[in-house]
Design a protein around this ligand. Sequence first.
Ligand code: SF4
Length: 399
Amino acid sequence: MPEKEIFTVGVNRRLILKAGAYGACIFCLAPVTGCAFFQESNQETPADPKFDPASVSTKKGLIKSELSPWFSSLDDKAVRCELCPKSCVLPVGERGHCRVRENREGEGYTLVYGNPALVQEDPVERKPFFHVLPGSRALSISTAGCNLACKFCEVWDMALVSPEEVHAYDMPPEKVIALALEGNVPSISYAFGEPVVFYEYMCAIAEKAREAGLLNLMHTAGYINPEPLLALAEKLDAVNFDLKGFNAEFYREYVGGELETALENLKSFRDSGVHIEITSIVIPTVNDDMKIIGEMCRWIAEELGPEVPLHFARFYPLYRLSNLPRTPVSTLEKAREIALEAGLKYVYLAKVTGHAAENTFCPNCAEKVVGRVGFVIEELNLENGSCNFCGSDLPGLWA
Ligand code: SF4
C-alpha cells in the first residue's frame, strides 16, 4: 500500500504501527517532527483495542449512496441542500461544497452513508471529552468531506477530499453497533472529520446506539442549520464544539464560515440539554489576541455558563499554515489565565502532554479529581461525578 494511503484507509492499530514505522503522523501524515499529535503530545494508546477494523475490507471509490430527506426541489431538477448554512443549490450531476452530497436526476443523495473512511477505537479523552466517562474508550467514525475549509485542518486529506479519494469501509449502521458491542466500548464518537456531512449516517447509527445502551458523542464545528441541529441533538449525549476563534473576519478567512452561526448553534446545542465541551485552537499571529480570547471566554461564561469545560488546543504547523510556528505554551497558559478570570471553572490545555492543566480540579475544594497525562487517566477521585474530597458535583456524564 502506498504510504500516502495509510491514513485515508481508516486508521487502526495495525496501520498506526505502520505509519509509525514511516515516521509519519497517523492523522495528518506530516513528519512526526512537525505534527500536532506527535510533538510533545505523542503517547501510546493506553490499552489494546479489543477489535481490529482491519478485519473489515476497504475499497477506494464510492461504495454506495443514500437518498437524503434534507434537500428541497427547485426548477429544472435542481435541488437545494437544507443541511447547512452553505445552502448549496445543485443542478443535476453537481455536488455541494462538502463534496459528499450530490444531485442525481433531481434528487439529493448523500455519498457517504455507510462508508466511513475512519473506524477506530481510542480513548474518550482524545475526542476530546474530559467530563465523559474518564478512562473509557470510544469507537470513532468519520467519512470523507467537510462543509468548512479550515486552513489549519488536521485531517485535510480525509476531510477536504471527495469520497472517491479515500479508502472506505462498507459499514452499515448495524455493523458499527456490532463493532462497538464487540469491543465493549460504552460510546460511539462521530469525530476527526466533520460529522455534519455524514448527518444521515450519523443519525441512523445514533438511534441504534441508544437502543443498544451506548452513548453518542460528537466533535463538530457545528456548522449546520437549526432544524437538522435540533433533530440531531435529541439523539446525542455530548458535543465537543470546535469554537475556532471569536473574530468574524478570522472565521470567514481561515475557517470558511460565519462566527455568528457557530455561536447560535453552540447555544442551541447547550439549550437542547446535551453535555457540552468546547475546544478552541490558538494559532500564533492568527487568533491569539488575548483581548479577543477574553471576549470569547466572557461570552461562554455568560451565554453558556461557567461550568462548560473549555480546552485550549495547541496549534502545530500543518496544511496551509505550515509556515507558522507552534503555539508557545506560555500563550496557552495566558489564555487559560484569562478564561479562569472570566469565571470559567474547567479550563484545559490540549496537546501539551504532562501539563498540570490537563487535570480536572474541583472548583469547590481545589483538589485534583481527575489526574491525566495526555490521554491516560492516572488518578480518579470522583464517585458518580461527585468530588471524593468535598462531595461537590461536577458537570458531565460520569457513569
Ligand atoms: S451539507 Fe454540503 S451540500 Fe449541503 S449545504 Fe452544506 S456544504 Fe452544501
